[in-house]
Design a protein around this ligand. Sequence first.
Ligand SMILES: C[S@@+](CC[C@H](N)C(=O)[O-])C[C@H]1O[C@@H](n2cnc3c(N)ncnc32)[C@H](O)[C@@H]1O
Length: 212
Amino acid sequence: MDETDDSQVFTQQYWDERYATHEHVWSGRPNQRLLEQAAELPPGQALDVGCGEGADAIWLAERGWRTTGADVSVVALEKARRHAGEAGVADRTAWVHVDLVAGDALPGGNDLVSAMYVHVPDTDFGRVYAAIAAAVRPGGTLLVAGHHPAEQETDLRNPQLSHLLFPPERVTAVLGDGWRVEVAEAVTREAELHGEPRLATDTVVVARRDLT
Ligand SMILES: C[S@@+](CC[C@H](N)C(=O)[O-])C[C@H]1O[C@@H](n2cnc3c(N)ncnc32)[C@H](O)[C@@H]1O
């Protein structure tokens, strides 16, 4: 599998292999951007798009949300389901297999839709993020975090995939009318590369969907 080939890095095969090779691809901790932006929201129905091993969805469920995690990798979804059981939130979590690039439908009507570091091919970006936004119910919240193009200047990202990084404006341009954008920023955070400290830059967008 060529990790620099962006026709492959969005496929179930690529992600299943990655999740099957490593027991823990991610830290197991919820994303800092989710903690910052969702801690004060009243619990309801949440959708975590690109949920991976489930840490964010489980964190939400532990706070009283009913949460659905969606991902292209069935290996990741199986791990997420197991982790939810271990965390005692199996009854408040559901897991769905969705290929965003293929155009699979997402469950709609959510009070919160979170998409953390979901990078898709340039030509699919508008369509995929429109579908993610459409899964928010009127009055609900969209939360997006991604790796910002400023990271091209660092050694944090594969330079051959740097065209996949996106600024907040890429997301807000998709939303158009019917949304109130509350946050659209590039925000730094402390990160690590091979145990060495680095400064990562995230795109962060928080938007509320109008009630009417
Ligand atoms: C960078 S990881 C982020 C995982 C998690 N949101 C987090 O922040 O730890 C991207 C996730 O998107 C999923 N993904 C990649 N391509 C996808 C696609 N075409 N449809 C749905 N999910 C996809 C991957 O399986 C992976 O779990």
